[in-house]
Design a protein around this ligand. Structure first.
Ligand code: DGY
Length: 440
């Protein structure tokens, strides 16, 4: 059943003109304040280490004004790449006290794994948006030496995903933890997560000292998150028997779309440094095809995640299902269906896509990934629309500027009122606003 249609709420009454120079300056202030010398923390309070996909979005925003810092950001992240090619979702800073974040290095115990790097890291991944960031940096401030240094790292990241994370033989990448999707408590994970036995929540959650419990995942979510992560860790972070041994194995449209867009960006990078772009173009095409064959639901006009343990499509209208718009090879008729869905069920004419369509039964306007609008997914939709629907892309860009001007660089926003939620001074909100401003 398709979620019921609902007329989007009217766009909030905002002053139409803001001082854009002031906004730009404020964004730079946040990024400078969150810069930790070799990388940027997403938030000084809630996320005090380096996060993988955050760093890619942050580098995109830094590209136009501090490209050296953008390059350093990604080089630091890739220094913590595991020998099997995986790029961990968190690189822990030794200078941050243990009690500042849970689950910290003592939980993940990466040092016990032979393939892990010298730095302490988590053992799971996040959507590979890094090649997009590298290409963006190169466009803003060309530097072939940087491309040459990071290209093999990006290729190894993709190779890990391709060889270790395609358990079902259908050409689709799987995530093994909701944290790998970047959208931790998306309603899309409710069904597969319900089958995961909840463990004890031994350590105290640190996130709730910074943000209200009604804006974060629940304790039950956390008991399942930690149980799943502990099981993966205790199995040595091995991927060879995922379908037999792991409790959560899901093909997510966002990570697959990011992987395909990364291959397209790698083709550009390869051409620039005299490497062969064609294998990358082939990979981009292959994953686009696999996604259309296995994840696109024509009746719903949306890409859906699929539970690879049950084979069932997860019938949830998540913004992740719109992100395949970033795939350069996505056929026009499929893109048109996605755009229709974005307008009718996600209320895109109101400017910012909510993380979950407001007509759905699990919608909560201020709880993390269960409804609020986020700047990174708005930016991805904008990126995907730019070559297809310029006017609509312009509306999304304008909304990113207006919402951050009005509510500050908050972590996420009420999709109707644009009130800010989650932590303040959130780095990717500042960075991607800067990127949108630099494209005006
Ligand atoms: C968190 O701490 O909330 C993150 O999303 C997990 O990486």
């Amino acid at each position: 059943m398709t979620a019921p249609l609902r007329t989007p709420a009217p766009r909030p009454q905002l002053p139409l003109v803001h001082d854009l120079e002031e906004l730009r300056g404020e964004a730079m202030r946040v990024l400078a304040a969150n810069w930790a010398g070799t990388h940027t923390v997403p938030s000084r309070t809630l996320y005090p280490h380096q996060w993988s996909w955050d760093s890619a979005f942050i580098a995109i925003g830094n590209a136009s004004w501090v490209p050296d810092r953008a390059r350093r950001e990604l080089l630091t992240l890739f220094e913590a790449q595991w020998r099997d090619g995986r790029v961990p979702h968190i690189v822990f800073s030794p200078s941050v006290p243990d009690e500042a974040y849970f689950p910290g290095p003592g939980f993940w115990r990466s040092h016990e794994v032979p393939a892990a790097p010298a730095a302490s890291t988590s053992g799971i991944v996040q959507p590979p948006v890094h090649a997009l960031a590298v290409w963006r940096i190169h466009q803003a401030a060309p530097d072939r030496d940087f491309l040459r240094a990071i290209y093999p790292r990006l290729v190894a990241q993709q190779e890990y995903l391709r060889t270790c994370r395609r358990p079902a033989g259908d050409g689709l990448l799987a995530i093994v933890h909701p944290w790998e999707s970047g959208m931790d408590n998306s309603p899309a994970w409710d069904e597969p997560l319900a089958a995961v036995p909840a463990g004890p929540l031994r350590d105290k959650r640190r996130d709730l000292t910074h943000v209200g419990a009604d804006e974060r995942p629940t304790d039950l979510d956390y008991r399942r998150y930690t149980a799943l992560a502990a099981a993966y860790r205790d199995g040595g972070y091995r991927d060879d028997r995922l379908l037999d041994e792991h409790a959560f194995v899901v093909a997510d449209p966002l990570i697959n779309a990011a992987y395909g867009a990364a291959e397209a960006a790698l083709a550009d990078i390869a051409a620039e440094i005299g490497a062969d772009p064609y294998p990358h173009l082939e990979q981009a095409e292959a994953v686009t095809r696999a996604m259309i064959d296995h994840l696109f639901d024509p009746a719903r006009g949306l890409f859906l995640a699929r539970d690879l343990l049950t084979g069932k499509a997860l019938l949830v209208d998540s913004v992740a299902g719109l992100i395949p718009l970033i795939l350069p090879d996505l056929p026009a008729d499929v893109a048109d269906r996605l755009i229709d869905t974005a307008i009718t069920r996600f209320g895109l004419y109101a400017g910012l896509p909510p993380s979950y369509a407001p007509g759905g039964p699990a919608f909560e306007r201020s709880r993390y990934w269960r409804g609020p609008a986020w700047i990174n997914t708005a930016w991805l939709v904008w990126h995907g629309l730019r070559q297809r629907r310029e006017a609509l892309a312009g509306l999304v860009a304008e909304s990113i500027v207006q919402v951050t001007a009005e509510s500050g660089f908050r972590e996420y926003f009420d999709p109707f009122t644009w009130e800010g939620h989650g932590c303040a001074d959130f780095a990717w909100s500042a960075a991607l606003t800067l990127d949108v401003l630099s494209a005006r």
